[in-house]
Design a protein around this ligand. Structure first.
Ligand code: GCO
Length: 436
């Protein structure tokens, strides 16, 4: 295979992403409660200690710096900031200030996620995202945290992967709160959408009250290339289109148009959504093949291609072509800049990760060549961490974390990415070395 140098646009930003509950340890929230229920976490583990990132963030950011990262995406744990309703914990606010300062000190741009899956226990006990007041409750926390952190140069992510929260938590029941109910799933999606609107409104207001320049705000979507099992079957095609709309578009189209679209609403305007999306955060891992002969609503998707490499535990197929497809689709439909906020693979074989990252970046490059405005790429994840229902059995880190000793050790993929960052692209030699 003959490779050519593939350079990325000037100013393209590179780095990694992580989330509070998966790395910090010591959290008390709806997930820590869920982890206590036998059978919910595949390997029977919990995130009580996780990577102990809460105490070791300096060490982790030293590594990120050494590895050339320019941005780091992490989340603030709501349950730490507001452990009981209306009570703010200032020691935790100070903690996150230090986390941000420690990135800034190393010349790494902080990208802060306000909600990454977890909720305070009091919020979960009050109906979680089914509570009609949930958007405002979330908005209050956002106002607080933004008031405290707006003096730093932060890129804001409001809600992470709303449709994952909805699909896995409210439809398939494998994440908290464990519902299996389409109606509830749609209700939760609507409230998460309104919560995004509340968050962005609070951010805008706080910055303007303080006379600060408006920051960049984005929700972060989980996207999957939805394909029909049998492309000749009109029913499969129709289902694929339906799921694509429901999973990949309904929510973001509502956020961008400011209208709560069917089936979440009847297209009514929701003012807080106005001007709520400066760019779209896109997380991509794989494709999803659907069939009209299987019950998607019950979590049934088509059998995997036996010849494709898969993600440890989660069984997601290695499918880079879908990345190009999804980036182009969002770009064409919404004409908003895209930031690739997560991409990676859980694997114990780092050579697979190396191939995965390069193959996916080739697709990103192609999308940029074809006109998509893509501003950056973050690998998921900086270190191995608690992979939700998979526990510690899926290794996504470019840095290995030994969960007995908590020792960190960069994998070869981390050095590969460092070279990519330094070159601002995939030079011929990088592709030859890692795709060989
Ligand atoms: C997310 C993701 C991460 C996962 C990753 C691999 O919501 O951003 O779910 O938290 O760890 O996607 O599954």
């Amino acid at each position: 295979m003959e490779y050519i140098d593939l350079f990325f646009p000037e100013g393209f930003l590179w780095g990694s992403a992580a989330a509070a509950h998966q790395t910090e340890g010591g959290n008390h929230n709806n997930w820590s409660e869920w982890e206590k229920i036998p059978g919910k976490i595949k390997d029977g583990t919990n995130a009580d200690v996780a990577c102990d990132h809460y105490n070791r963030y300096e060490e982790d950011f030293d590594l990120a710096k050494e590895l050339g990262h320019q941005v780091h995406r992490f989340s603030i744990e709501w349950s730490r900031i507001e452990p009981s309703f209306g009570k703010w914990d200032y020691t935790q606010i100070v903690h996150y200030k230090k986390v941000i300062e420690s990135l800034v000190k190393r010349g790494i741009q902080p990208m802060v996620t306000l909600h990454h899956f977890t909720n305070p226990v009091w919020f979960a006990e009050n109906g979680d995202w089914l509570n009609p007041e949930s958007p405002e409750l979330f908005g209050r926390y956002c106002r607080k945290i933004v008031q405290e952190l707006s003096n730093y140069d932060v890129i804001w992510n409001t809600i992470n992967e709303p449709m994952v929260v909805v699909t896995i938590g409210y439809l398939w029941g494998d994440f908290p709160p464990g519902h299996n109910d389409f109606g509830k799933a749609i209700q939760a999606a609507k409230h998460l959408l309104m919560a995004h609107g509340q968050a962005s409104t609070q951010i805008r207001e706080v910055y303007s009250e303080k006379g600060l320049d408006q920051p960049k705000i984005a929700p972060v979507l989980s996207t999957s290339y939805i394909m029909p099992e049998n492309p000749e079957d009109p029913e499969d095609l129709e289902l694929a289109e339906y799921i694509d709309n429901l999973y990949n578009h309904l929510w973001i189209e509502s956020a961008i148009t400011g209208r709560i679209l069917n089936p979440m609403g009847d297209g009514q305007r929701y003012a807080p959504l106005e001007n709520s999306v400066d760019f779209i955060g896109v997380n991509y891992y794989s494709r999803m093949v659907v069939s009209s002969k299987r019950d998607f609503m019950a979590g049934e998707i088509a059998p995997k291609d036996p010849y494709r490499v898969r993600c440890e535990g989660l069984e997601w197929e290695f499918y880079p072509e879908g990345y190009y497809h999804q980036i182009m689709d969002y770009w064409k439909k919404y004409q908003k800049p895209i930031f690739l906020t997560e991409n990676g693979i859980g694997t114990s074989d780092d050579r697979i990760r190396q191939r995965y990252i390069i193959s996916h970046l080739q697709q990103v490059h192609k999308a940029i060549q074809d006109g998509a405005k893509v501003d950056g790429y973050l690998v998921w994840s900086l270190t191995d961490n608690f992979e939700w229902a998979q526990g510690f059995s899926s290794h996504f880190g470019i840095i290995e974390c030994d969960f007995d000793t908590l020792k960190r050790k960069p994998r070869e993929s981390a050095f590969m990415l460092r070279k990519i960052i330094k070159d601002n692209g995939l030079v011929k030699e990088t592709q030859e070395t890692y795709l060989a």
